[in-house]
Design a protein around this ligand. Structure first.
Ligand code: NAD
Ligand code: MG
Length: 360
């Protein structure tokens, strides 16, 4: 098992990464306020892993309640959030009860938001079961649900007390979901870790083949990068925005096609290629750099071109992004491979050309 720390002063917390962690109640117990937990999971993950987690906790003398949500992003809404509160109240959970989210990013975001709200805040633990959740959404304290008018628009910053990433849970993950998680893994290399980027170029097939040692290394390195960024800028006033590389273009793809058509990581990969192309046009990256990034995404089974939505439609959708400030589009671009920058000065004409070049 590998352990990292997210350095947030008196709210610091550990991330444990390893195999068989679902059975390790001993890792959970020190972070509980009382021997009482409520587990939030969903109808896909619950049947696979809930029993093991419950058994381990109950054997350690913990009283467990559980709620299973319908699967999917479409249920990341108020009505489903309320089902969590229904169970917490019906089972008389207290403010000292710990909420454990067992699942992918949807369950983690909803569980975290429920924990932030229930009785004005109860302790929270993340047990992420997708690669995306293990390298990204479970770390950093962003929680949210969607509103019909916008994704992740209702939420809170609320940090967990512990993150347990059991890499064995990834064995049941559909291949497409694994690939989507790899988009975020590659992102860390691109924005701030050139050495890791080199490691990825040498080891990507091992990740696709789910080799445990390779996965553990990639998850650890990704979490280390995210933890450093979050510790420096918890509420995204500056550096944390770098984590949005490819996301403004990507959100346009997700919204433009209708949610669920492309996975988030797929849209981020194609969106990152647009950001990379724009960086090349600004003279920061070479043709060779662009080809290197594209090759990495392709080896991960990810798209390197966006759908042809029309440049106007892209620009319109991008203008609605959360990353717009005072009407200016703040894009994350690359100064070099391994060095992201926040750039608010690209002209619509330049942005359009980059989009056009990376649509097919
Ligand atoms: P997800 O939670 O929908 O999981 C993907 C699919 O895999 C689902 O069908 C899920 O039920 C299933 N699944 C989960 N674990 C499994 C396992 N071990 N075996 C088999 N199937 C499994 O999607 P995701 O990609 O994990 O997360 C996406 C969500 O995360 C989005 O809502 C996004 O907004 C959010 N997110 C949040 C942050 C953050 O900082 N809070 C960061 C990135 C993404
Ligand atoms: Mg993302």
């Amino acid at each position: 098992m590998r352990t990292l720390n997210v350095a947030l002063g008196d709210r610091a917390y550990p991330i444990h990464i390893g195999r068989g962690l679902l059975d390790r109640a001993d890792l959970v117990l020190p972070h509980l306020k009382t021997r009482r937990v409520a587990i939030v999971t969903n109808d896909v993950v619950g049947p696979l892993y809930l029993h093991r987690l419950c058994s381990a906790l109950e054997a350690a003398g913990v009283q467990v309640s559980a709620v299973s949500l319908p699967d999917g992003e479409a249920h990341k809404d108020w009505a489903t959030l309320n089902r969590i509160f229904d169970v917490l109240l019906a089972e008389r959970c207290e403010r000292s009860t710990t909420l454990i989210a067992l699942g992918g990013g949807v369950v983690g975001d909803m569980g975290g938001f429920a924990a932030a709200c229930y009785q004005r805040g109860m302790p929270f633990i993340q047990i992420p079961t997708t690669l995306l959740a293990q390298v990204d959404s479970s770390v950093g304290g962003k929680t949210a649900i969607n509103h019909p008018l916008g994704k992740n628009m209702i939420g809170a910053f609320y940090q967990p007390r512990l993150v347990l990433a059991d890499i064995e849970t990834l064995n049941t993950l559909p291949g497409r979901e694994l690939s989507a998680g790899l988009a975020e893994v590659i992102k860390y290399g691109l924005i701030r870790d050139a050495e890791f980027l080199g490691w990825l170029e040498g080891n990507l097939e091992r990740l696709v083949a789910r080799e445990p040692d390779a996965l553990a290394h990639a998850i650890e390195r990704s979490c280390r990068n995210k933890a450093e960024v979050v510790a420096a800028d918890e509420t995204e006033r500056g550096e944390r925005a770098l984590l949005n590389l490819g996301h403004t273009f990507g959100h346009a793809i997700e919204t433009g096609l209708g949610y669920g058509e492309w996975l988030h990581g797929e849209a981020v990969a194609a969106g990152t290629m647009m950001a990379v192309e724009l960086s090349r046009r600004l003279g920061w990256l070479s043709e060779v750099d662009v080809a290197r990034v594209a090759a990495l995404f392709e080896r991960a089974g990810l798209p390197v071109y966006g759908p042809k939505l029309g440049v106007e439609r892209y620009l319109d959708l991008m203008a609605h992004d959360k990353k717009v400030e005072a009407g200016r589009l703040r894009l994350i671009l690359l100064r070099s491979l391994g060095q992201g920058v926040i750039h608010a000065d690209a002209s619509p004409a330049e942005i359009s050309k980059a989009i056009e070049a990376r649509c097919r």
